[in-house]
Unconditional design. Structure first.
Length: 97
């Protein structure tokens, strides 16, 4: 596990390329969260990876430009668990959109 400081970017404001998040399939519950600090594809991947590890999550799409993270899951997720996953990735969950 690589620890990141909460400086708002893993890349110092540079561009790492495009993110490779899974597409949302529209199965179960879809929730959109606002996450601060993502600036590039690497950031999107880090947030997506942590949230994807939560039980019941079927897909995650993170968009650094908008700060939106769309999560498809079998049932509504516990916001504290999502917050912890985003924190683990080195970013801040602002809340639901």
């Amino acid at each position: 596990m690589t620890e990141q400081t909460n400086s708002g970017s893993c890349c110092g404001g540079g561009s790492c390329g495009s993110g490779a998040a899974a597409d949302v399939q529209g199965i179960g519950v879809t929730t959109v969260y606002k996450v601060s600090g993502m600036t590039c594809g690497h950031c999107e991947g880090a947030v997506s990876q942590e949230i994807s590890a939560l039980e019941g999550v079927s897909s995650v799409t993170a968009d650094a430009k908008t700060g939106e993270v769309t999560v498809a899951s079998a049932a509504p997720l516990d916001e504290a668990a999502v917050r912890a996953a985003v924190d683990e990735a080195g970013y801040e969950l602002v809340g639901l959109i």
